[in-house]
Design a protein around this ligand. Structure first.
Ligand SMILES: O=C(COP(=O)(O)O)NO
Ligand code: NA
Ligand SMILES: [Zn+2]
Length: 308
């Protein structure tokens, strides 16, 4: 069935593991992810961004996720990733999503609170949970000044006030990650001190890590071996993610690692089978690559195997 993340996060927090939140855009990606979760007996969050809704059109993704639930019998959270307005959150809540993110992190503190509270009130009336964001998960330059870091990373005292005043169910925090394949110029770094300060103020409260792809080198190399050109790509080392999962991080967002796995597999397949032109061949290979990547994440990063 479609479920909210409330109970999943509570168990993850107490159990010292995290739930994977994987971005979906089409049938093969959804199939690969849910097959992996089924085999690992793992809880799962499928997340849809505004861009995915535009690309696939909402009704297709909704029906594909419903098909995946029916086909596997898995409990799945259907989550809106980075909703930036009350309207898109409302549309997804009305469309049967069980969780939505309202991302007001670009707004001043008070406006983020007002917008988030408006979404929380509507979502809670409909049995839906809400994730918000405080602090800037953006292109975090590695050698930013302390001042800039203070300005962009999540302030622990503000986090406490934000949660108390909004009633939000989980909070995406900024502790050094950023979206995409180019997360660090120098050494990867997560501000675990800051994470622990936030946990002290919000004991047991589910925290979310965005921009958590590792950008595994073997997939970047495979892309480049078969015609790609991806350079200076760097992500979050998996041992840092395991540490975050063992702490208050209950949801880990992964999109880029799936994209790289899928792209590497399609490039490889086409290079090795120049006379083949049946899309099922390379999309099928891509689906397999997604499945293997998600199984790897569940086992090596999230620790959510056999937690259903
Ligand atoms: O945070 C993410 C995905 O991050 P990555 O680009 O690191 O996969 N989605 O909301
Ligand atoms: Na955790
Ligand atoms: Zn994100």
């Amino acid at each position: 069935p479609l479920v909210t993340s409330k109970e999943l996060f509570k168990k993850a927090y107490e159990g010292g593991y995290a739930i994977g939140a994987f971005n979906v855009n089409n049938m093969e990606i959804i199939q690969g992810i849910v097959e992996a979760a089924k085999e690992e007996n793992s809880p799962l969050i499928l997340q849809v961004s505004a861009g995915a809704r535009k690309y696939a059109r909402p009704v297709y993704l909704k029906k594909l996720v419903e098909a995946a639930v029916e086909d596997t019998g898995l409990p799945v959270v259907l989550h809106l990733d980075h909703g930036e307005s009350f309207e898109i959150c409302k549309a997804c809540i009305d469309d049967g999503f069980t969780s939505v993110m309202i991302d007001g992190s670009k707004l001043p503190f008070e406006e983020n609170i007002t917008l988030t509270k408006k979404v929380v009130d509507y979502a809670h009336e409909h049995g839906v949970v809400v994730e918000a964001e405080l602090g800037r998960i953006g292109g975090v330059e590695d050698n930013i000044s302390v001042g800039e870091r203070e300005a962009t990373f999540t302030d622990p005292d503000q986090a406490l006030e934000f949660v108390e005043r909004t009633g939000v169910d989980s909070l995406a925090i900024a502790i050094g990650t950023s979206h995409g394949a180019y997360k660090f110029k120098g050494e990867p770094y997560l501000d675990f001190k800051r994470l622990e300060e936030i946990m002290k103020r919000l004991p047991g409260f589910p925290l979310v890590l965005h921009g958590a792809s590792t950008v595994l080198p073997e997939f970047v190399e495979a892309c480049n071996k078969y015609g790609g050109s991806i350079h200076s790509a760097k992500g979050v080392p998996e041992e840092m993610l395991r540490k975050a999962a063992s702490l208050g991080i209950c949801k880990i967002n992964i999109d880029t690692d799936l994209r790289l796995a899928m792209t590497a597999m399609i490039r490889k397949y086409l290079a090795e089978n120049p006379s083949e032109f049946d899309p099922r061949k390379y999309l099928g290979a891509a689906r397999e690559a997604i499945k293997e990547m998600v199984k790897h994440k569940i086992r090596n990063v999230l620790g959510s195997s056999n937690k259903l």
